[in-house]
Design a protein around this ligand. Structure first.
Ligand SMILES: Cc1cc2nc3c(=O)[nH]c(=O)nc-3n(C[C@H](O)[C@H](O)[C@H](O)COP(=O)(O)O)c2cc1C
Length: 167
């Protein structure tokens, strides 16, 4: 697919077919995440691929319980000590955001559905996955073949989000 087609066709998918995703597809999308840029190339991330139903359910109990119905959940963790901070802005969040977007677009390129999950109880997610105290669970996404075709969600017009030379 052309790059613009991947971006245009991607949707947040919240209903999945039970069909398992191939290891080759999982490796492809994680490879795309691996190549993401990061603060001083610190690559603070680790991605957990969750396939076990019980682990998925424990993770889903942290929030967005419907994600347990997807065949795979990918969880993005960060070591916050690795990237720098700009004032009060911790850059590990941004680094994970970039890597997650690589991952999500790569999945869309393979016809796979995803949905950014940011709203969850981190302590429940950490317990479900055995994540060490010093590591943050930043985001996750279900991964699988879409069982719905949502219309494109609205976006602001370009004229409303850009300006030239000053704010
Ligand atoms: C940082 C971030 C966190 C999000 N967290 C959730 C979430 O916890 N649960 C959920 O169902 N969708 C979540 N979403 C998906 C958004 O609701 C969705 O991207 C937005 O409504 C636009 O729809 P689209 O992705 O289909 O274009 C999140 C998206 C982003 C970027």
């Amino acid at each position: 697919m052309d790059f613009i087609d991947v971006i245009t066709k991607r949707r947040s998918i919240r209903k999945y077919k039970p069909d398992m995703v191939s290891d080759e597809d999982i490796e492809y999308i994680l490879e795309c995440a691996r190549l993401a840029p990061s603060w001083a190339n610190s690559q603070c991330w680790k991605f957990i691929v969750v396939k076990d139903q019980k682990v998925k359910e424990n993770l889903a109990s942290a929030g967005n319980s419907w994600i347990a119905n997807a065949p795979v959940i990918i969880v993005a963790c960060a070591d916050p000590s690795k990237p720098g901070t700009k004032g009060d802005q911790p850059y590990y969040m941004l680094d994970i955001g970039i890597a997650m977007e690589h991952l999500i677009l790569a999945a869309a390129d393979r016809g796979l559905g995803t949905c950014w999950i940011g709203a969850f109880d981190e302590s429940v997610a950490k317990k479900a996955l055995g994540v060490p105290d010093n590591i943050r669970v930043v985001a996750s996404t279900p991964l699988g073949y879409p069982d719905e075709s949502p219309a494109q969600r609205p976006r602001k017009a370009l004229k409303d989000i850009m300006s030239i030379d000053k704010y």
